[in-house]
Design a protein around this ligand. Structure first.
Ligand SMILES: [Zn+2]
Length: 233
């Protein structure tokens, strides 16, 4: 692809780009030194041009997002590997980082969508504003990368793995709608192609309708997130 002036502005705004933003954050992809010999999970990482303000690396949101994912029960062994290597090092450097997460947790019941089994687990309370900002930028970056146009509309999202409540008594009932949406999405996307060269870490799918476009993002195999984009008018 040739670079023209338009491609050098930030994926989020009209400022000139000064760096690149990785989609999703680069820290989600293990470094080769943290993996068994020969495995490369940083193949052809996706990037978009970014200004300083909209580069998530500079705000430490990347680390926050990584923590929020690797602790999920549906994450695969690549995620756990990231926890035991990269995150352990980060915690050693700055113990208060992880503490912010683990202090804010409480028990919940979750149903496995495949087996129907209900298990007891713990939910981590996310900083909602921060998480919304992270997903918004991630969505705009991926949209720009995939469709080669900037998204200026509001983006709705549904993290299929996030629990709606931390109240242990009725978390199961309240989380049912999320699980139902997730099951519906399994149907919508059952024949959709996967994009992404490192599917163990991240892959995504795309559906294009008349009114909207939907993307389904898969992190560490088991954690899915829907992004709903209204068509640019
Ligand atoms: Zn920008």
């Amino acid at each position: 692809m040739s670079m023209n002036k338009a491609e050098k502005t930030c994926y989020m705004c009209e400022k000139l780009a000064t760096s690149v933003e990785h989609i999703p954050p680069q820290c989600l992809f293990p470094e080769q030194k943290d993996l068994p010999d020969g495995i490369d999970l940083r193949k052809q990482l996706l990037t978009v041009p970014s200004c300083d303000e909209h580069n998530s690396k500079k705000s430490q949101d990347d680390e926050y997002f990584l923590y929020s994912l690797v602790m999920l029960i549906n994450s695969n062994k690549v995620a756990r590997n990231q926890y035991f290597s990269k995150i352990k090092r980060a915690i050693k450097r700055n113990p208060s980082l992880l503490k912010k997460f683990t202090d804010a947790s409480s028990p919940v019941k979750m149903q496995n969508s495949q087996t129907g089994a209900i298990s007891n687990t713990r939910a981590f309370h996310l900083d909602e504003d921060r998480f919304n900002g992270i997903i918004d930028r991630l969505g705009r970056a991926l949209y720009y990368k995939h469709f080669n146009e900037k998204c200026y509309n509001h983006i709705k999202y549904q993290a299929e793995y996030l629990l709606a409540t931390i109240d242990p008594k009725n978390s199961y009932e309240l989380n049912k709608p999320i699980q139902e949406t997730s099951e519906q999405a399994d149907g919508w996307f059952s024949n959709s192609k996967y994009y992404g060269e490192n599917p163990e870490v991240f892959k995504y799918q795309v559906l294009e309708g008349n009114q909207s476009k939907i993307m389904r993002l898969h992190f560490y195999k088991g954690n899915r997130l829907l992004l709903i984009f209204k068509q640019n008018s």
